[in-house]
Design a protein. Structure first.
Length: 136
């Protein structure tokens, strides 16, 4: 695990700090998108400002992406390795389970192309599918 954490931080050209290693380890151990509260609970006594700065750095460098699944809590998930600081390639479906509340990246399903009238420009598109996950 530690080797993978160091590799991801080095590839993203991020300085290696204890907080960054710890936060990234939480993501690597998660099987679904996670909230800041989940990270705080896992890391006990992490400074909230430092956590938000770390998440912002991770998102800017293409390590994670944010998800608004309609639960009123922003969730974050690891990018699949093809994102970078210039562009996120996270236009895939996100599945929100109504039973357990977890949100999963469904990489196999991409967001469909939307045709818009002249003068409109898509900057971001997302699809949230709600239902019951395979664990519930």
């Amino acid at each position: 695990m530690t080797e993978k954490v160091l590799k991801l931080l080095n590839q993203s050209d991020l300085r290696i700090t204890a907080v960054r290693k710890d936060v990234l380890s939480v993501f690597l151990n998660a099987d679904c998108a996670i909230t800041t509260a989940t990270i705080e609970a896992a890391l006990y006594q992490i400074d909230r400002i430092t956590l938000y700065r770390t998440l912002k750095s991770f998102e800017e460098k293409g390590l994670i992406h944010s998800i608004n699944d309609g639960s009123h809590n922003t969730k974050y998930a690891l990018c699949e390795g093809h994102c970078d600081e210039d562009h996120h390639h996270d236009e895939h479906v996100h599945f929100h389970c109504n039973a357990c509340g977890n949100t999963f990246c469904i990489e196999e399903s991409s967001v469909p192309t939307i045709s818009l009238p002249s003068g409109y420009r898509v900057e971001n598109a997302s699809v949230i599918v709600n239902g019951i996950c395979n664990k519930c």
